[in-house]
Design a protein around this ligand. Structure first.
Ligand code: PMM
Length: 274
């Protein structure tokens, strides 16, 4: 099975990778957001991942109220188009409201930090992405200390999975994500990717999010300066090919078309998965 393609829709004024801000002067442009989501689906995305809070390191946290004011009108509109919608949030209240509005996946970049998140997920027929992370966007880099990053990330994910299961979440709901760029330095991102086998060995579906991330800009940039975000799409698509080879569950990307193309090549070559 080819990886599912999760197209990113950041409904924020400050996303580092969104070319057109969908929030200007606190007002959400719902029409622009829906148009963009429909383009992402027309390009071949299976899932639209809607987020209302930037997770960029050092980004200002937003309240649940502001987050919901951004994402809910967009999700309500997208639900009318019968799209598969994921809500990118670490707030259980936002996840609950998004599920009521039509989301079928909760994408939690905090690895279940909200004490009510697991119980909420357990109550609903939704998938749940548990992404590896430590701390918050304010302090995640001070926590980027690992003995063996592949083994440490896998062990921490396993611990969160078992807490989720104890809270009533069903195993078939869970997808794990190594959390590239979260509480990890550039070199640690590469080291974790080289050792992704330890996360795959958990035996759960794996989602990979490398799209347009800074470590790719740093790889490709000249003379110590990172290449700009849109110049990172070919490298992102290379990772999508690799995800197909590894048999991953999904890839989370900004530029859907390049990923869909490489996955078509992978499928035509009948790339061995798993
Ligand atoms: N990365 C970002 C946001 N949400 N969710 C998952 N599951 N995995 C990720 O790697 C991930 C995420 C940050 O990137 P963005 O600001 O471009 O959305």
């Amino acid at each position: 099975m080819s990886p599912l393609v999760m197209g990113i829709l950041n409904v924020t004024p400050d996303s580092f990778a969104e070319s057109i801000p969908l929030v200007v002067d606190a007002a959400v442009d719902v029409n622009a957001a829906v148009t963009r989501a429909l383009m992402v689906v027309a390009d071949g995305a299976h899932i639209v991942d809607v987020g209302g809070e930037s997770t960029r390191p050092g980004a200002e946290p937003v309240s649940e109220e502001i987050e919901q004011a951004r994402v809910l009108p967009v999700i309500e509109e997208l639900a009318k188009h019968k799209l598969d919608i994921s809500i990118d949030t670490h707030h259980s209240a936002t996840a609950a409201a998004a599920i009521s509005a039509g989301a079928s996946i909760v994408n939690d970049v905090s690895c279940g930090a909200d004490p009510d998140m697991f119980a909420l997920v357990a109550k609903h027929d939704v998938r749940y992405v548990l992404m590896h992370n430590r701390g918050t966007s304010a302090d995640m880099y001070s926590q980027a200390v690992y003995r063996n990053i592949g083994a440490d990330v896998a062990a921490e994910l396993e611990d969160r999975v078992s807490k989720a299961l104890s809270a009533g979440v069903r195993r078939e709901q869970i997808i794990v994500d190594p959390g590239i760029g979260f509480a990890k330095t550039r070199e640690q991102n590469w080291e974790l990717l080289r050792n992704l086998g330890s996360v795959i060995a958990l035996g759960l579906p794996v989602l990979l999010g490398v799209s347009r991330k800074r470590f790719l800009g740093e790889l490709l940039g000249a003379e110590g300066s990172a290449r700009g975000v849109e110049g990172r799409d070919v490298a992102t698509a290379a990772f999508s090919m690799w995800a197909a080879q590894l048999g991953l569950w999904g890839v989370r990307v900004h530029d859907v078309r390049s990923t869909v193309d490489v996955l078509a090549v992978a499928a035509a070559l009948e790339v061995e998965c798993g």
